[in-house]
Design a protein around this ligand. Structure first.
Ligand SMILES: Cc1cc2nc3c(=O)[nH]c(=O)nc-3n(C[C@H](O)[C@H](O)[C@H](O)COP(=O)(O)OP(=O)(O)OC[C@H]3O[C@@H](n4cnc5c(N)ncnc54)[C@H](O)[C@@H]3O)c2cc1C
Length: 402
């Protein structure tokens, strides 16, 4: 009897779920009995943590050679339907033709997308750095603005949301604008944050460092404020104040990919599916959830995985291993990732590296920046297409942390 493991998504969680499943299949010498298939729009991994950067080079590495080395099949398309009872997936292939794929084990690894509340003008006029096409559109827009004469609106960028992504995008922006508009341009970069402080989810410990770094980069912060409306020439704040700005970048949070809603069971406020310790979707046989779509406990202290690469890379390995292990009668591996770190890019100031859920500051400025560069240009990248080398790091307890 042949079995099919299907992974939806080829991001951080999806790639490592496929690699880990392929490893378990190889360990059981079951390559002729178990197929591992990844379904995603294209066989590449978008390095989303780099999408706020000014230069978008090599941010979507090709996974085809790696999939070939691992014996993983790639199907170009999108999962559109999940028939839980029938163990069938509806797929729209690369040409938009509908097809059906049966699964014995299904791993949902379709990630997250930007939260877009119904703010007037948001969908039409705001930019983002959420997906590759969004980041490319922002890049084209900034370069096109250089052809216009200097003005307050041209030279002002408003970043809506002062969380992790908003801070990184804002801190990078002054240098990025200077490289487009010239060193003499009178730039204004503003973060709008509805909470009382910038980086509300990053906690009190690193906040003074973040605030000082943003100030040194020349980024203004407006807190206790939300956005009432956006248009082509600026935005209106909840205070009634208008800011003229031809560039508004929306970074206000993420939500689980909408496919998560097709799986029965509890969802959290981000739309993530509750996962049991083995990353089964709770109460749903033969479906595993991983990466940004999974609400999973990282430890026994009440901490939950965040929508982050750091967690997706481990969640993927565990989900993939367990999907294969369940088919092959191997022991399942519980997900556990007690060590938590953050590395926040702070533009020309440098970066900030913290450890622990209370984010104790460990490295700052150039030292942290060098680490950030290593993480985002090496550590999280897909490995070379060497089957044995990949299997050596695809086991479910392998964790990448500094
Ligand atoms: C600007 C930015 C900065 C970030 N910075 C950091 C950081 O510094 N550190 C950190 O840890 N995290 C960071 N993150 C978060 C991190 O990128 C995500 O948590 C991570 O990408 C989640 O991995 P994933 O595999 O779950 O999803 P993704 O990487 O989003 O991959 C999802 C995959 O699913 C595919 N897909 C989507 N819909 C379908 C469908 N219907 N059918 C089939 N395939 C589908 C996509 O094409 C993609 O291949 C950042 C994110 C952004 C946007």
């Amino acid at each position: 009897m042949n079995y099919n493991i299907v992974v939806a998504g080829s991001g951080f969680a999806g790639l490592w779920a496929a690699a880990s499943a392929a490893r378990a299949v190889a360990l059981a010498h079951a390559e002729d009995r178990v197929n591992v298939t990844v379904v995603s729009p294209s066989a590449c991994m978008v390095i989303r943590p780099r999408l706020y950067e000014a230069v978008l080079d090599n941010v979507a590495p090709d996974l085809k050679p790696l999939f070939a080395a691992l014996g993983v099949r790639h199907l170009a398309g999108s999962v559109t339907e999940i028939d839980v009872a029938g163990h069938r997936l509806g797929i729209s292939d690369a040409d938009g033709t509908p097809t059906v794929l049966n699964y014995d084990k299904f791993i949902l690894a379709t990630g997250s997308c930007l939260f877009m509340p119904p703010v007037p003008g948001l969908a039409e006029h705001a930019f983002s750095v959420d997906q590759l096409a969004d980041a490319q559109a922002l890049d084209r827009h900034l370069k096109a603005l250089a052809a216009q004469p200097a003005s307050l609106a041209r030279d002002t960028v408003v970043i809506v949301g002062g969380g992790f992504t908003g801070i990184e995008t804002a801190a990078e922006m002054p240098d990025r604008l200077r490289s487009v508009f010239g060193k003499e341009a009178k730039l204004r970069v503003v973060i709008i944050e509805q909470a009382a402080t910038v980086g509300p989810d990053l906690g009190a410990v690193p906040r003074p460092v973040i605030e000082a770094a943003l100030a040194e980069c020349g980024v203004e912060i407006i807190t206790h404020t939300s956005v009432a409306a956006i248009d082509a020439r600026g935005l209106v704040l909840s205070s009634g104040q208008r800011i003229d700005a031809e560039t508004v970048v929306w970074t206000a949070g993420a939500r689980a990919n909408p496919l998560a809603a097709r799986i029965p069971g509890d969802k959290d406020g981000f739309g993530r599916i509750s996962a049991d310790p083995f990353l089964h979707a709770e109460g749903v046989p033969d479906i595993f959830v991983t990466g940004d779509v999974a609400r999973a406990a990282t430890d026994t202290q009440g901490n939950l995985a965040l929508m982050s690469c750091q967690h997706a890379l481990s969640l993927g390995r565990v989900a993939g291993h367990n999907a294969a292990a369940e088919l092959l009668g191997l022991p399942l591996h519980p997900y556990s990732q007690p060590k938590y770190v953050t590395c926040l890019d702070l533009g020309a100031w440098g970066a900030l590296y913290t450890e622990g859920w209370d984010r104790q500051v460990r490295l700052t400025r150039d030292e942290a920046k060098a680490l950030k560069r290593d993480i985002t240009t090496k550590w999280i990248y897909p490995p070379a297409a060497d089957r044995e080398a990949v299997f050596a790091v695809a086991n479910p307890d392998y964790v990448i942390v500094p």
